[in-house]
Design a protein around this ligand. Structure first.
Ligand code: AMP
Length: 248
């Protein structure tokens, strides 16, 4: 399967090519069609599998660009993950000109409140601060049609499950929900039972992550191909810092 066969907008295909995503990864092949058709899903998959793009691509595809209120809410356990997810949305949605907003604690509430008054398509946040904004009515949930729970088991470990439940009670009942979790403990299954509708369960076998694949790939490169491949890898991963090991 190719991204073109998924009937995605040209501006998304163009962004994916710019990012060097040549074809969908296994998690994307399974999850993108589900989200595009509005089917709720529970995805058992780990970081590094390409899961962020598996929800960002179909959500961006179905965003109405002229709508001012948020249409998608992504809940994630940490501020670092929120920023990482925002970056992925921004890169994939760059030619569609989507607006994203990260919302997390330890940042002034009043600035976020001002940002939330502007046009924004996707809010990516940690549960506590998102609930605060919903309770204070500074985040309008009425147009939300996609909810993503990222790293649900981590949110459970960090004691966020009750907050997530409170958030759900304030969201439109017909929103599509997609839950990502490396493991599915009892509490996560109960959460899915309470808030997901006839969910498709997608299980991606434990596989090597993209960076691990790249690492293996490097061994098969010819000497003269290495600088270009390294440049491509750095452009794609954009690490804040990295260590490059060389023979001499
Ligand atoms: P994630 O599991 O979302 O953290 O993604 C892991 C890495 O896979 C990220 O660096 C992405 O940029 C990369 N990635 C996502 N989708 C693709 C794809 N279709 N082809 C190549 N790399 C991808």
């Amino acid at each position: 399967m190719t991204f073109e066969q998924m009937n995605l907008d040209k501006n998304i295909i163009q962004a994916l090519h710019t990012l060097g995503y040549e074809k969908p990864l296994p998690v994307q092949e399974k999850v993108i069609p589900n989200i595009l058709s509005g089917t709720d899903c529970i995805v058992k998959s780990r970081t590094g599998s390409g899961k962020t793009a598996s929800f960002a691509i179909p959500i961006i595809q179905n965003l109405e660009i002229d709508e001012r209120s948020p249409q998608a809410l992504v809940l994630t356990p940490t501020r670092e993950l929120a920023l990482q997810i925002q970056q992925d949305f921004d890169r994939i949605g760059t030619f569609k000109k989507i607006k994203t907003l990260p919302i997390f604690g330890k940042q002034p509430f009043k600035f976020q409140k001002e940002d939330l008054k502007q046009r924004c398509h996707v809010v990516i946040g940690t549960p506590g601060r998102v609930l605060d904004h919903l309770q204070q009515e500074t985040l309008d949930p009425s147009k939300i049609k996609y909810v993503v729970l990222d790293e649900a088991d981590e949110m459970l470990n960090m004691g966020f499950i009750e907050t997530v439940q409170k958030i759900f009670f304030r969201l439109p009942k017909n929103a599509s929900v997609c839950m990502f979790s490396a493991t599915l403990p009892q509490e996560i299954q109960e959460l899915a039972h309470d808030f997901l509708k006839q969910a498709e369960v997608v299980e991606i076998e434990s596989q090597t992550s993209v960076s691990e694949q790249m690492h293996h790939y490097a061994y098969r490169l010819k000497e003269h191909e290495k600088p270009q491949a390294l440049l491509k890898l750095l452009c794609r991963e954009l690490p804040e810092s990295c260590i490059i090991f060389a023979k001499t």
